[in-house]
Design a protein. Structure first.
Length: 163
């Protein structure tokens, strides 16, 4: 084989390899894109059910309605674990009026703040868990616990507990 033909062969091989690598990358990229689309589809279906992100408040704190109580997180400080962490339970809602969890109506998230700092966030699947969170947190020098929750239909509600 002449030198020129050898070089041509090498060039052709390189080209074939490059095409092979390119198509492998393309297949991988296509697969990833397809997976991303599936994830986006699932997320958008969930997002379609989350129709209210308005901040809500109890209108008359002396006489809260059943709907207001059902969406107000109840914060209860419990025992310390001996390592400096205190148990804090958050139930939605208050005074024993528990918010439902159904496929189309549920508490989709809960956030816990200590003195305004976000400490924990919980996402909840519709119909599979109800609005509740239990945390072990450091309360030393903390003056206020705040729980914020989102109901997919009835908006964002919060409650605070001063220590
Ligand atoms: Fe609700």
């Amino acid at each position: 084989m002449e030198r020129r033909e050898v070089l041509k062969s090498i060039g052709l091989l390189s080209f074939v390899s490059a095409v092979g690598m390119f198509s492998a990358c393309t297949e991988k990229e296509q697969k990833e894109t397809h997976e991303e689309k599936e994830i986006k589809t699932v997320k958008s279906e969930e997002n379609e059910l989350i129709v209210n992100r308005q901040e809500m408040k109890i209108q008359d704190s002396e006489n809260p309605t059943k709907l207001e109580l059902k969406h107000t997180p109840e914060i209860v400080v419990k025992e310390e674990d001996g390592n400096g962490f205190t148990k804090v339970d958050v139930t939605i809602g208050s005074q024993g009026i528990i918010h439902p969890s159904a496929a189309d109506h549920w508490i989709d998230y809960m956030k816990l703040y200590l003195d305004g700092e976000l400490i924990s966030e919980i996402k909840t699947e519709a119909g599979k868990a109800r609005g509740f969170g239990s945390f072990y947190v450091k309360l030393e020098n903390v003056k206020m616990i705040k729980a914020e929750i989102g109901c997919n239909l009835h908006g964002i509600w919060e409650n605070t507990l001063s220590l």
